[in-house]
Design a protein around this ligand. Structure first.
Ligand SMILES: [Zn+2]
Length: 382
């Protein structure tokens, strides 16, 4: 796999630094609605009310590690949630501080579940950045400021249980495959348009991966040979025309040109204010120019899906992330129809395109399910 791994973008992963897109030549990162969401940290009393359902027996721990927030959930053997804890990552405080927060968050979740570390069957962690999946090391995660952090080893030594780490998008798709929109399918392609566009592929229960790191960098498939510069340094990648950031940038231009009066009222021209919800509302209330932008983006995604169908023949294609959640019918139907113009005629009826079901839980639940798959189905130990 020669495609840069660091561009794989989580559906919930957001840079802590707002960098408005200017000429399209810089890495496209911008603060969006997820930043606001992370301000809501669950207080212990709320947590007791919402979860705290005690369970007997061993538990599986899922962990979603992001640049701005971390989410930990404990599940029983049937993957019913028994406790959770969400915290800010505070990535600027450095590696040791983040690692301490991860350990504290897992310990707090255990306490909430009424468990100790000896009750953990296994821990799965969805991570951003470039990973060495063989050693469980985060090789480079710019959002965390980490380089060569042996996360698996650290958690194994701390909790004395099997630990597996994986790419956060891969584990999000695995979550949808295990318990969400792709449940029961033989193979699932997941595409999550966010700041970039993340992708993952599950084939007969396995996450498709490279020799060392993850693969399925669908956001960096070239769709316009002479297109705009991408954050990866090449031109015309799918995410330059179809990511939420790209859509927001095009929408801001439409507002500026006076072509989107509803969005102008809702969000103005500030990229950070043009969130998925505002885009969806402006379309509902009649901004045809914004609808066209979203349709064009979804058609690009559909063409990528058609190409993937020709290569890998997924049974189910799951589209997720905040943008899809805000307007599932428009994006899913458009992408599905567009994909049929790209795939071979013989494959037209071999797959379906659906919206994700698990929302922000896809990675944390997928991480726990992947831990179970890794340590109980295959009898491997961490
Ligand atoms: Zn690219």
């Amino acid at each position: 796999m020669n495609i840069p791994q660091d561009q794989k973008t989580s559906p919930v992963e957001i840079s802590p630094e707002p960098v408005p897109e200017t000429n399209g030549s810089s890495t496209p990162e911008v603060v969006t609605e997820e930043i606001v969401e992370t301000e809501e940290i669950v207080e212990p009393e709320e947590l007791t009310e919402k979860s705290g359902k005690k369970s007997n027996g061993k538990i599986w721990i899922g962990f979603d590690l992001g640049g701005t927030k971390m989410l930990c959930k404990a599940y029983d053997a049937k993957f019913k949630e028994v406790a959770f804890r969400r915290r800010k990552t505070k990535s600027r405080k450095g590696e040791k501080s983040i690692l301490d927060r991860i350990v504290d968050t897992i310990e707090d979740t255990l306490e909430e579940a009424g468990k100790t570390k000896s009750d953990i069957a296994g821990i799965g962690v969805g991570c951003p950045g470039i990973l060495d999946l063989n050693t469980g090391t985060i090789l480079n995660a710019p959002n965390l400021g980490w380089k060569k952090t042996p996360l698996k080893k650290i958690l194994f030594e701390k909790f004395d249980c099997p630990v597996v780490i994986g790419n956060d998008v891969d584990l999000g798709v695995y979550g949808e495959y295990s318990e969400g929109a792709g449940k029961g399918a033989n193979s699932v392609l997941g595409i999550f348009p966010g700041t970039g566009i993340g992708g993952g592929f599950i084939y007969q229960g396995q996450i498709l991966r490279g020799t060392r790191s993850s693969c399925m960098e669908i956001g960096h498939v070239c769709v316009q040979a002479d297109g705009r510069m991408c954050g990866c340094g090449r031109r015309g990648c799918l995410e330059t025309v179809a990511s939420r950031l790209s859509i927001a940038a095009q929408a801001a231009q439409a507002v500026y040109r006076g072509e989107a009066p509803v969005l102008r009222e809702l969000a103005g021209t500030n990229l950070a204010d043009i969130r998925s919800g505002a885009i969806a509302e402006s379309i509902e209330k009649g901004d045809e120019s914004i609808k066209e932008i979203v349709i064009t983006a979804a058609e690009h995604i559909g063409r990528a899906i058609g190409n993937m169908v020709n290569l890998l023949a997924p049974e189910v294609v799951v589209l997720g992330g905040g943008l899809v959640e805000a307007m599932p019918t428009l994006i899913v139907d458009t992408a599905w129809n567009s994909s049929k113009n790209q795939c071979l005629k013989s494959s037209e009826d071999s797959y379906k395109v659906v919206a994700a079901k698990l929302g922000d839980d896809s990675t944390v639940l997928g991480a726990a399910c992947w831990a179970k798959h890794t340590f109980s189905d295959n009898q491997k130990k961490g």
